[in-house]
Design a protein around this ligand. Structure first.
Ligand code: COA
Ligand code: AMP
Length: 644
């Protein structure tokens, strides 16, 4: 796409256009300038070094080689040194327990330094991995910052994932320690973490030496002597000397965050220290329009990328106050819960997923519960994680009276690929569009042959390399997977996996995934991941999982299974057992509720299941049937099942 927009376009000649153009024409100058917002130990002399990348065989360009810093120092110590130690850094707001707990910058520093010291005593050193499997409690943030403090690499696993998913992440990351809690809270139940962790450790080949467990009052975990320690014991004053910030290279890994790729195996996205600190420090004021002291309420989870970037690191790097919201948008206790939290803590920005707004709308169609609260500090509602339908966008904007800012990104990019840059310029918003590409992102829409398509025409949304700072530095365990997938389809580009178009005004429209990733309530799952759990049922011979359109959560997975020969269990019982199996293996969050036993699956002549065709049929569309289909009658036979 061009950064010189046609005259008359809302973006022509403004601050966004200037910044976007500067970032692409002179990435070196643009990002070295942005890097001044970060406190470095050794300042970057260069932003990119293609010769060094080539010599190293890096799949993706590395930012700020030669520079050193501490991310933890930038999040905490620097604000304390600047005299802001008593300012609130984090406010825990639990919609389940009614608890409110504020940690100042000085307190968050103290806790994370003490946990960092304890981790060190447990043998965690620079570059070692620590798995964090925790609910939305302040200690989860303390855990992440403690790792950053000593240069350990954290890998946060979403609490909604069950044993098999946790085990796969443990085996890939090979942590020295797992940090966990006795339980998480859900609207109708207390989710005990220890049994899930035990089951995962039993399966894992690379179990850690120690687990540190936060006991919460709602459930007490039984600890294994010698292996497990209690959080309060390791943090007790005098237990271990608090750790100072360790100097790390800008290119060292800060965290690994697993996401669903197109296979059943989770993909560990690696984020570095330097590029990440620069990109987030830049995005908070420029994309979100936030200043130090502003309050941000990001109602996501620390287990997702939105939580990493805009619950934890972004707000703290920028000196804001972050609200850690433990609850749901509805049912804890009502559809006013988010507005109550926003008003109570005087949030300037609320950030959540479109599903949350659709859930609120279903229960409070006039948004009457928001009107009960003083939301005069709220400047904008940011929504990401899945497509924001124009109807929900208009409904929320009209009733809240603030801009509703759709922004599009993914675990791999770490910060928005496209977003109205409200700190730079007040661009008009368009329904159905996350607005314009963020500076640093050179977005192109390509056809199957890799040719750019004209404005308004659909294609694959691809990013011209180099990607900006803060995006993935690689995949944990080696970049072969990256080379074979996102970098392979179109040489010179990172393929996002999303399809869409750019309109005449330069606004991006994201229409959905072009691969087998399923987006359930803004949670990313893969067909392969769910199929691996389904096929593990002894009575299932073959299966296909597809994401079918759902008005609340965007997509809901549906499974079609073919029974093994000689199975005597009834189809209803197998279906119920498969549903339970997916809950046990992947987690309830997968929301697999519909399983149909069928006679056969439609395949190509080479034996590939036609998932895309099944998905189109489930969505009520007339599917495009590939000429390579083996037996058309199998597909036709599924029409009624899929449309019911
Ligand atoms: N730990 C354990 N279980 C979890 C969990 C967690 N952290 N998060 C979700 N689950 C469970 C839920 O309890 C539920 O179990 P159930 O089937 O026994 O009821 C299941 O996973 C599905 O969860 P969820 O999708 O949250 O469904 P819900 O019916 O409880 O709530 C919404 C519906 C719309 C309120 C909810 O999907 C939502 O808040 N969506 C927004 C998602 C979001 O913020 N995404 C972040 C991306 S930016
Ligand atoms: P995740 O890596 O879990 O953040 O999921 C990323 C995927 O969610 C993207 O590749 C998109 O398919 C989808 N997504 C995220 N934000 C948006 C958005 N604003 N509009 C449309 N799809 C989105």
């Amino acid at each position: 796409m061009t950064t010189r927009e046609p005259a008359g376009s809302p973006t022509a000649g403004g601050a966004w256009e200037a910044a976007h153009r500067a970032s692409l024409e002179d990435p070196e100058g643009f990002w070295l300038d942005a890097a001044r917002a970060v406190r470095w130990i050794r300042r970057p002399g260069t932003a990119l070094d293609p010769a060094a990348d080539e010599a190293e065989g890096a799949a993706l360009p590395r930012w700020f080689r030669g520079a050193t810093l501490s991310t933890a120092y930038n999040c905490l110590d620097r604000h304390v040194v600047a005299g802001r130690g008593d300012d609130p850094a984090l406010v825990h707001h639990s919609a389940y327990t009614g608890e409110r707990r504020t940690l100042t910058y000085a307190e968050l520093l103290d806790q994370s330094a003490r946990l960092a010291g304890a981790l060190r005593e447990l043998g965690v050193g620079k570059g070692d991995r620590v798995v964090v499997y925790m609910p939305m409690v302040p200690e989860a943030v303390v855990a992440m910052l403690a790792c950053a403090r000593i240069g350990a690499v954290h890998s946060v696993v979403f609490g909604g994932f069950a044993a098999a998913e946790l085990a796969a992440r443990i085996d890939d990351a090979r942590p020295v320690v797992v940090l966990t809690a006795s339980c998480g809270l859900e609207p109708t139940r207390v989710v005990e973490y220890m049994p899930l962790l035990e089951a995962a450790l039993e399966r894992a080949e690379h179990a850690p030496a120690h687990c540190v467990v936060l006991q919460r009052p709602q459930a007490t975990a039984t600890l294994v002597p010698g292996r497990d320690l209690e959080w309060r014991d390791v943090l007790r004053p005098g237990a271990a000397p608090p750790a100072e910030c360790v100097e790390v290279a800008a290119t060292d890994p800060l965290y690994v965050l697993y996401t669903s790729g197109t296979t059943g195996r989770p993909k560990g996205v690696v984020r570095d220290h330097g590029g990440h600190a620069v990109a987030l420090s830049w995005s908070v004021p420029n994309l979100f329009g936030l200043e130090p002291g502003d309050v941000v309420l990001t109602a996501s989870d620390v287990g997702w990328v939105v939580g990493h970037s805009y619950i934890v690191y972004g707000p703290l790097l920028a000196g804001c106050t972050t609200v850690l919201y433990e609850g749901k948008p509805v049912g804890t206790p009502d559809a006013g819960a988010l507005w109550r939290a926003a008003a109570e803590h005087r949030a300037s920005v609320v950030f959540t997923a479109p599903t949350a707004v659709r859930a609120i709308r279903a229960q409070d169609p006039d948004l009457a519960l928001a009107a009960e609260h003083d939301l005069s500090d709220l400047r904008a509602l940011y929504l990401a994680g899945e497509r924001l339908d124009p109807d929900t966008w208009a409904w929320a904007g009209e009733r809240l009276g603030v801009p509703v800012v759709d922004n599009w990104w993914q675990t791999e990019t770490g910060w928005p690929i496209a977003c109205s840059p409200r700190g730079l310029q007040d661009l008009p918003l368009k329904p159905g569009s996350p607005s314009v590409p963020s500076p640093g992102y050179d977005l192109r829409v390509l056809d199957a042959e890799g040719r750019e398509v004209p404005a308004g025409e659909e294609g694959a949304l691809c990013l011209c390399l180099p990607l900006p700072p803060g995006t993935l530095a690689g995949v944990w365990g080696g970049d072969e997977r990256l080379r074979a997938s996102s970098l392979a389809a179109h040489p010179g580009y990172y393929t996002t996996g999303d399809g869409g178009y750019v309109d005449e005004d330069g606004y991006v429209h994201v229409l959905g995934r072009t691969d087998d990733v399923i987006n359930v309530a803004g949670h990313r799952l893969s067909a392969g991941q769910l199929e691996a759990a389904v096929i593990g049922h002894p009575d299932v011979a073959e299966c296909a999982v597809v994401g079918a359109a759902d008005p609340l959560v965007g997509q809901e997975p549906r499974a079609l299974v073919v029974l093994a020969q000689g199975v005597t269990t009834s189809p209803e019982d197998v279906a119920a057992q498969v549903v339970q199996r997916v809950r046990d293996e992947v987690g309830a969050v997968a929301r697999l509720r519909r399983v149909d036993v069928v006679a056969a699956l439609p395949k190509t002549r080479s034996g590939k299941v036609l998932r895309k065709t099944l998905r189109e049929m489930a969505d009520g569309l007339e599917p495009v049937v590939p000429g390579t289909i083996e037996d058309r009658s199998v597909l036709d036979g599924l029409r009624d099942v899929l449309r019911s």
